[in-house]
Design a protein around this ligand. Structure first.
Ligand SMILES: NC(=O)c1ccc[n+]([C@@H]2O[C@H](COP(=O)([O-])OP(=O)(O)OC[C@H]3O[C@@H](n4cnc5c(N)ncnc54)[C@H](O)[C@@H]3O)[C@@H](O)[C@H]2O)c1
Length: 300
């Protein structure tokens, strides 16, 4: 089935609402479905704010913004809307059981030839495909936050994904105005989060090993590698509580003492309420321009 017709986005949270809006900005008619009416309203209002912001900055024509907003049809009635859709992107909570249930329902109500992709960052589609009668039509389509800005989507093939499905997923990305990269075999973290994870682990090892300061590591990475942001600024942007969860998960599977040292440091920072940019303080003090590196808590 070529990439045409209506797109279904399941889940109107942080990611789903913007995935739907991104497609609609490129002329795609979208059904945005969520179990929560409140969340649908919140997602729709958020999209309006984002597009109106673009209009105010002269980046988007007001009529185009209205047209794009009207192309997203919010609904909490999956069974009646799914039959009209030719491709689905699932962006609900990050829980395997909930996603398997959602995949089974999508399979029941979508057209037989429709593809089903998950936007999950950590759950590979082979764990969901068996909840459907169409495992060959299932893959990951991993968009990045904020979807309206980040121009890439990782299309990840599972062992049963057909070539046609990969081609269709790539075409849907193009139709939505997003570049795609294909990952031919499932692997934890796909490409972007693996490379980011490796860089971040090394930065923490240099810091906790006393080799260089937060500010100097970030300057070195920005100026020496031409990255827009150093690893500690990025950690502050992501939220140190979130980074701590990711690092704890890794430390639980690792024998590298550097992983435990990173967790210890992050636990202290989070314990002091230093959550990064959202709390105003993390590795940096965000009340100054540019942000200033803060002293680190002393090791035990
Ligand atoms: N937040 C990110 O930065 C980010 C980035 C890339 C990928 N992802 C992935 O995107 C997915 C969604 O993440 P999010 O941050 O948007 O989550 P979120 O919590 O903001 O939104 C999840 C939405 O799913 C809805 N929902 C739950 N169960 C549902 C069901 N059965 N049917 C329909 N809707 C249902 C909830 O009401 C909620 O609106 C996750 O798989 C996550 O791994 C998130």
């Amino acid at each position: 089935m070529p990439a045409e017709g209506r797109l279904l986005v399941l889940g109107a949270g942080t990611m789903g609402a913007q995935i739907a809006q991104q497609a609609a900005l490129h002329g795609v008619d979208v059904a945005l479905v969520d179990v929560s009416r409140e969340q649908l309203e919140r997602g729709t209002a958020q999209n309006r704010r984002l597009l109106e912001g673009r209009v105010a900055k002269g980046k988007l024509d007001a009529a185009e913004a209205e047209a794009a907003l009207s192309r997203v049809h919010a609904s909490d009635d999956l069974p009646s809307i799914a039959a009209e859709c030719s491709w689905a992107i699932e962006a609900i909570v990050e829980q395997v059981d909930a996603k398997r249930q959602a995949f089974s329902e999508l399979d029941r109500y979508l057209h037989d030839e429709a593809g089903i992709a998950t936007n999950s960052s950590t759950i590979v589609s082979s764990r969901l495909a068996s909840a459907t009668r169409r495992p060959e039509r299932v893959c990951n389509m991993h968009f990045f936050h904020p979807v309206l800005v980040m121009d890439v989507c990782e299309v990840v093939r599972n062992p049963k994904t057909s070539d046609d499905t990969v081609r269709d997923a790539v075409e849907w990305c193009a139709r939505m105005g997003r570049r795609s990269v294909v990952i031919e075999k499932e692997i934890d973290g796909f490409v972007v989060n693996r490379v980011l994870g490796a860089a971040s682990r090394e930065a923490f090892a240099l810091l906790t090993g006393g080799f260089a300061s937060v500010g100097d590591i970030d300057v070195a990475v920005k100026a020496g590698l031409n990255w827009p942001m150093g690893p500690f600024q990025l950690a502050d942007f992501s939220g140190l509580d979130t980074v701590l969860n990711v690092r704890r998960d890794r430390a639980g599977r690792s024998t590298d003492p550097g992983d435990a040292a990173a967790v210890e440091l992050l636990e202290k920072l989070v314990g002091e309420g230093r959550l990064g940019r959202k709390s105003g303080r993390g590795f940096y003090d965000w009340s100054t321009t540019p942000p200033t590196p803060l002293p680190l808590p002393l090791p035990d």
